[in-house]
Design a protein around this ligand. Sequence first.
Ligand code: SF4
Length: 280
Amino acid sequence: MREIDAAKITDEVARLCMEANFDLGKDVEDAIRDSLKREESTVGKEILNQLLENARIAREERLPICQDTGLAVIFIEMGQEVHIKGGTLEEAVNEGVRRGYTEGYLRKSVLGDPLKRVNTGDNTPAVIHLRLVAGEDFRMWVAPKGGGSENMSKTTMLKPADGVEGVKNFVVESVRVASANPCPPTIVGVGIGGSFEQCALNAKKALLRKVGTRNPDPFYADLEEEILALVNETGVGPQGLGGRVTSLDVFIEAAPCHIASLPVAVNMNCHAARHKYVEL
Ligand code: SF4
């Protein structure tokens, strides 16, 4: 049995909340830079250049990439041979979020209740997705999620007969209708299969991948590229002001599902696509 201090988890969550908000992933930044070659709109090019400048300033001056510093979404894969000592995992994570958002002067965006709408004041509680795996590993992704892009999420239960065409239409239409709201260029996470709730979770989990990586299944890798080309034909463009670069990538996570079902979910990341990873 391996022991991990709760305090160590707290330290790492605090650090990663700040890093995610200050330091845009190199994959995203490179993809924005690369997209300049494809963008035909003058306004679109100007916006893409501003996004690069914004990311540079945020990194150098340790300022948030965006004023919406997000709801802290934490994915953890923990080996069943791991024991957390000195506190519970949930408390450790929430203390890390509390510290990261306070020490980093990050906006506190969490309400204790969706209808009474009083701010908790420290950006807790986090949304924690824990998966128990074999062994002694502890892997954690900290992925703050802004409200603008999260609000453009969609889930549907297609008929099995709708097939691949139905999936493509649903994803492309979701991006088209979202328009400027998720602050494009976006990264589009797509969950296909599973149950109603599992496909939504897979759509979000898909966003943890690095831009430019493909699904290991060639069928889904091709579908990712096909949908990416289609969403970039919608004309939404950078910040929704028209152009060729609506999305930087499309990631699909598929899961086994019921014979009567074809659940599909879309979850988008904005240009401030924030996620940081650590192994303890
Ligand atoms: S969608 Fe992203 S870039 Fe736009 S306001 Fe929200 S966090 Fe910021």
